[in-house]
Design a protein around this ligand. Structure first.
Ligand code: MG
Length: 500
């Protein structure tokens, strides 16, 4: 048995190496590659992807898996080996159920859909994208048909990003959350708005960059095992538990966003850096789901980085760096400015109090499209109605409405809810952390973040992908994903800021 297990692990290690090679190529593509390399890089990625797929779906791995599953029956179900087999089985079935002709067709349809989306968005004309999105929906429905019937067809799509999570569970969570967020937003809208003009002026990019690395260092980011670079859209990737890359960007209309972007990606990075070294080159390496990953990034960005104790420590330093911009601004006004709430049209610019509403809207539309109850041609109209209902704002055109996100053009449905679930999980963890470390705020005021990182490492990071997301959240917080803590957090924070 040990011999077969070793054999399986050595094959999976090679698959992991190939995935890492693809990740290096992808990282370079988004950071340093000159424009001219685009076509060649597409070929590199396609070839490496094909070899990785062939290697992973080989009969050899299939037979080893089946043999080992038989031998492992009745063994300790929570052991690393049992969990490795379970996860490998899931990924193996997923990779072998989908015919290669479908994968090829999907690549062609989505590359055309992406081009159409770029044009449609620039012209703000949904009709250009509509036939492509119809094909994308049809392909997703076909993808679902390769899998055994689920409680809801959308479960199959969701499962790609959140193992084991059901559509009905997400709907229940969001149904409880939506009215409370809408109510909070209405209460805030009735109060005088915060002045945040100090954010929308010129800041020196290099100074912000250096300061972002000071913060990441204080958070515990290990520069011997990671680095930060620039990219158009910030992201985190890794080639090993010991080589984690984060990126950030400079936005001229809101320069300080660079700091929050770095804190966000540092949160993702710390998760990857904290995974059990024994999982290196196995499927257990890597965060367990997108929502749990996002809980880590949001926790460092928002619950830490947008908190008063954090800025009680860092604000004097920021004032020293930018005397013209914030030298005469008191800490209270700065804190309010970075926490300003305003209904806006664009999801990626949304604040903590409005963000989830953007997600709920998208989830409803995706479920409707997959069920066939919402026609693609009706999306712009339904989009605008729901924006008004949830956020009280209506896009002037489709570019700032239904066409704003890249996801559907890439064929991806089932992804959006993970962002909001990440917010909810971050607040659940936060309540538990504050119960376990009562003087957390005091530590932040002194610039100490080690106790928080140690807690996250021990409870969350170390486990990598061993546990399913709901299982992990339950183990750590005592309950499954729940909107209660997030709503409590929002209500407390904004009652104070807006005097509700
Ligand atoms: Mg993120």
């Amino acid at each position: 048995m040990a011999e077969k297990m070793d054999k399986l692990k050595s094959l999976l290690a090679e698959v992991s190496d190939l995935n890492a090679v693809g990740a290096v190529l992808g990282w370079d593509q988004q950071t340093y590659m000159p424009k001219g390399g685009a076509e060649a890089r597409g070929n590199h990625l396609a070839t490496v992807g094909k070899i990785t797929h062939q290697k992973f779906t080989s009969d050899e791995i299939g037979i080893l898996l089946t043999d080992l599953e038989k031998e492992h029956m009745g063994a300790e179900p929570d052991s690393d080996d049992a969990r490795l087999l379970k996860l490998t089985r899931l990924e193996y079935d997923r990779a072998t159920r989908v015919p290669s002709e479908f994968v090829a067709e999907f690549a062609i349809v989505t590359s055309k859909a992406f081009e159409a989306w770029v044009e449609a968005r620039s012209k703000s004309d949904f009709s250009i994208f509509q036939p492509h999105l119809e094909k994308v929906v049809e392909l997703n429905q076909r993808y679902i048909s390769f899998f055994p019937p689920a409680d809801h067809p959308y479960d199959v799509l969701l499962d790609q990003f959140e193992r084991g999570l059901k559509t009905a569970e997400v709907q229940e969570i969001f149904d409880a959350l939506r009215p409370q967020q809408v109510e909070l937003l209405k209460a805030i809208a009735g109060k005088p708005q915060i002045n945040d003009t100090f954010l929308h002026i010129d800041y020196d990019q290099q100074k912000l960059w250096d300061f972002s690395e000071v913060i990441a260092t204080k958070f515990g980011f290990d520069w011997e095992r990671g680095r930060q670079d620039k990219s158009a859209h910030p992201f985190t990737t890794n080639f090993s538990i010991n080589d984690v890359r984060i990126t950030t960007r400079f936005e001229s209309e809101n320069p300080i966003v660079l700091l929050f972007s770095t804190m966000h990606e540092t949160g993702h990075g710390l998760y990857e850096l904290g995974i059990n070294q024994a999982y290196e080159r196995t499927p257990l390496a890597g965060g367990t789901s997108l929502a749990v990953h996002e809980s880590q990034s949001r926790l460092w960005e928002n619950l830490v980085g947008r908190s008063m104790p954090f800025w009680e420590h860092f604000y004097p330093e920021l004032q020293k760096l930018f005397p013209v911009q914030v030298g005469n601004l008191d800490l209270g006004s700065f804190y309010k400015g970075i926490n300003k709430v305003q209904s806006s049209l664009i999801r990626v610019n949304a604040d903590e109090a409005t963000y989830n509403l953007h997600i709920m809207l998208r989830l409803e539309l995706e479920i409707g499209m997959i069920e066939g109850t919402i026609k693609v041609k009706d999306l712009p109209e339904i989009w605008n109605i729901k924006m008004d209902e949830y956020l009280g704002v209506v896009p002037p055109d489709d570019a700032e409405g239904v066409l704003q996100d890249i996801h559907w053009s890439g064929g991806t449905l089932g992804y959006f809810s993970t962002y909001a679930l990440g917010n909810l999980i971050s607040a659940q963890l936060w309540e538990k952390i504050n119960a376990d470390i009562p003087d957390l705020s005091e530590k932040f005021r002194k610039g100490e973040f080690g106790a928080l990182l140690d807690w996250l490492r021990e409870k969350v990071h170390i486990h990598g992908s061993k546990y399913e997301p709901q299982e992990l959240v339950q183990r750590v917080t005592g309950s499954k994903i729940d909107s209660g803590p997030y709503i409590r957090y929002l209500n407390q924070k904004y009652s104070e800021i807006y005097g509700l």
